[in-house]
Design a protein around this ligand. Sequence first.
Ligand SMILES: C[S@@+](CC[C@H](N)C(=O)[O-])C[C@H]1O[C@@H](n2cnc3c(N)ncnc32)[C@H](O)[C@@H]1O
Length: 166
Amino acid sequence: MTDPPSRLDRMIARLSRQRSVLEAAAELITDLDGPILEIGLGKGRTYDHLRRLHPGRDVYAFDGSIHAPADSVPPRDRLFVGDFRETLPAASADLAGQAAFIHADFGSEDRSRDAAQAQWLGPMIDPLARDGAIVAADREMAVDGWQPLPAPGDEAWPYFLWRVRG
Ligand SMILES: C[S@@+](CC[C@H](N)C(=O)[O-])C[C@H]1O[C@@H](n2cnc3c(N)ncnc32)[C@H](O)[C@@H]1O
């Protein structure tokens, strides 16, 4: 019997898949105006990559607390700190129907908590997306009007991609 992948192998697979998916999503929204939303700033790794992929766009980030290095945190007017259940509806005041790409990177080691969160998070993200927007996530979500797309990259780490009301 072969050993399961090590934690190092899994981290490499995760980060490599994220980069592939974020870069594919950038291609998919070339003709679509609108800001980028990072739901789960975490350590700022994917936020930092997204702002380099989209130099002409505003990139907003959401998290319950800030634990990213200061140079990978967006300016205060593009940062929403607090539980997603409060900050996503608050963001709708300015951003409803505008986002061209939303990256929901909220997974933890607690898969049952993540599955429960995925159920309410998808419908809460949906009103922020413009028609034809792309959503990527590290956990599966099911939202009416989201059409699954093939997610590129190393399938050793699951990732999900959708087009919204395309
Ligand atoms: C996987 S990490 C994000 C990693 C990040 N994208 C990066 O590349 O460094 C998930 C983040 O989501 C945040 N998070 C999860 N559930 C949340 C919730 N309900 N409200 C606010 N933040 C939440 C956690 O605090 C954590 O920082």
